[in-house]
Design a protein around this ligand. Structure first.
Ligand code: NI
Length: 191
């Protein structure tokens, strides 16, 4: 496995629509090795998720995993999940405010409004269909990663620019307040 370079905001690769992956391509040794690299790079960077486009491959593949993440100590855990050609469909109109960061946007966080419940349809890394509902903070992570596949970064969705802050200032001035939001979201949506 190989650690890949993570594209940073300003690099054009992050701003394109990634293309679908065919079943034959997904089954190939090279694609399976690529997915291993995606996961290893996500782990190395302590990401809660990583989209293929962020490591310079504009294909509709992303990885998610939250396991006592030091970057996001308040996030509910998500088992390692690979999504191929994902489609997210909001369920209902409920939303919440999520304080997001991104491995492609160094040292910046900001508040983004996310759907509280989404239907997730995708293939797993072996081509088996996935179809389930993600809720709460976890649903926010899904929406962030799938935005990458359409060339969208969280900063595009920040409605109030005064919420933008560095990670250090987040810890100093915003984390306590956001932990309260997380507790309310987890209480209502279960994750
Ligand atoms: Ni990101």
């Amino acid at each position: 496995m190989t650690l890949r370079k993570i594209a940073q905001i300003g690099h054009p690769v992050l701003r394109q629509r990634a293309r679908e992956v065919s079943p034959e391509e997904l089954a190939s040794d090279s694609m399976q090795a690529f997915i291993d690299d995606l996961v290893e790079t996500m782990h190395d960077a302590n990401g809660a998720g990583l989209a293929a486009i962020q490591i310079h491959e504009p294909i509709r593949v992303c990885a998610l995993e939250v396991k006592d993440n030091p970057r996001y100590p308040y996030k509910p855990n998500i088992p390692l999940t690979i999504l191929v050609n994902p489609v997210l469909t909001p369920i209902g109109d409920d939303t919440f405010e999520n304080y997001e960061g991104c491995l492609s946007v160094p040292d910046l966080r900001g508040v983004v409004r996310r759907h509280a419940q989404i239907r997730v349809q995708a293939l797993d890394r072996h081509g088996a269909p996935l179809d389930y509902v993600a809720r709460g903070i976890t649903a926010g992570t899904y929406q962030h990663e799938c935005d990458h596949l359409d060339g969208v970064l969280f900063v595009d969705r920040v409605e109030d620019p005064t919420t933008l802050c560095t990670w250090k200032e987040f810890g100093r001035h915003r984390e306590e307040g956001f932990k309260q939001t997380v507790a309310e979201v987890v209480e209502r949506w279960g994750s």
